[in-house]
Design a protein around this ligand. Structure first.
Ligand code: 89V
Length: 351
């Protein structure tokens, strides 16, 4: 199969890193860039030798023969761009969060399905080597039955410095980071049946919540607590690292600072350091995330080429978004939210 031709729509802070990740992979070539600020598209095209750039997506679709688009814009524009791709018969990869609400996301999935088009989500967090290794340990049965788990993403990192638009979101940390951490909870522990969430806004200069505490409950009695914060100073404040503590009936495992995985069994500790690929183009503050983008995009382009099955299809990502927007419903009503379940609700097969 020839190289797939794609265009990237959105040339902001994240786009350059996502383009660099594409350059690490065979099988797809960026032939055009789009941004409503056409000078941003021109600058990125010049930096990455992309042959064409446009100020709007309609002109892109009129001028270019594409196999897919990679949508890297702010969430408010995702629906319009996905619908345009559906009308033009073009597959789409979309950055998280897929949409501004669960109903809107469901509509987009239905529209792309009816058009017979691949619709995938660039949800990269589960592709961090530390989390892949932790999933393998969980799958090995070494822990016995999992009693309880906790996922911590609590940092003081000034995330708004590079992404000031995040300040304007009236739903902030659950849409920006809950999309990642709740997807990781599903990847590691399966599908929750109900949840309870509280949120707080600690900063006075932002519109949305910067703290969220979600308790997920699985059918088998397992509870997973997800602690999210961009307002916390504490012992594990190591942006953008995610920390996981899992208690089991036979052993426990902790994903701790600097990619250290420790297994606790019969009073002994066995530790290992998980290696993370480094790329010259990665931003040192975000290197862990940037390395996971390459593996995420490898999985997605393999799906588009018919060579592998994408883990984060938009269909699957609806289950993560159900948790994200269920958390908002729970926080607003101060109540437990029950989640619809389906027969296929088993852990994603890790590849
Ligand atoms: O990767 C992301 O989704 C970024 C960050 C982790 C910085 O919040 O928005």
């Amino acid at each position: 199969m020839a190289e797939l031709r794609f265009a990237m729509i959105g040339c902001g802070f994240w786009a350059g890193y996502q383009l660099s990740a594409w350059h690490e992979l065979p099988g797809a070539r960026c032939v055009a860039l789009v941004d409503q600020d056409v000078s941003r598209a021109a600058d990125l095209a010049d930096k990455f030798q992309v042959p064409a750039f446009y100020g709007n997506a309609v002109e892109l679709f009129d001028q270019q023969d594409l196999d897919f688009v990679d949508i890297v814009t702010n969430v408010e524009t995702h629906a319009e761009l996905v619908r345009l791709a559906a009308r033009r018969g073009i597959a789409a990869i979309c950055q998280k969060p897929m949409a501004v609400s669960f109903p809107q996301a469901s509509e987009l999935v239905a529209e792309m399905r009816e058009a017979g088009l691949d619709f995938l989500i660039h949800e990269n967090w589960r592709w961090q080597p530390t989390l892949r290794r932790l999933r393998a340990i969980l799958d090995s049965g070494l822990l016995g039955s999992v009693v309880r788990a906790r996922i911590d993403y609590a940092h003081s990192f000034p995330v708004f410095d590079n992404q000031p638009f995040l300040k304007q979101l009236d739903k902030f940390i659950l849409t920006d980071m809950g999309t990642h951490i709740l997807d990781v909870a599903r990847f590691l522990f399966g599908e929750p049946r109900s949840l309870f969430c509280t949120t707080r806004r600690m900063r006075s200069d932002i519109a949305g919540e910067d703290v969220a505490t979600a308790h997920l409950h699985m059918d088998d009695g397992l509870s997973v607590t997800c602690n999210l914060s961009y307002a916390s100073h504490w012992f594990r404040d190591r942006f953008p690292q995610t920390f996981v503590d899992v208690e089991g009936t036979q052993a426990g495992v902790t994903l701790d600072a600097d990619c250290q995985l420790s297994i606790y069994r019969s009073g002994k500790v066995e530790s290992e350091s998980v290696s993370v690929p480094s790329y010259a183009w990665a931003n040192p503050d975000y290197a862990l995330i940037h390395s996971s983008m390459v593996d995420c995009q490898r999985n997605l382009v393999g799906h588009l080429r018919g060579e592998s099955t994408a883990e984060t299809t938009a269909e699957d990502n609806l289950k993560t978004l159900a948790l994200v927007y269920g958390c908002y419903e729970s926080a607003a009503s101060n109540s437990v939210v029950r989640l619809e379940t389906g027969p296929s609700d088993s852990k994603a097969q890790s590849t």
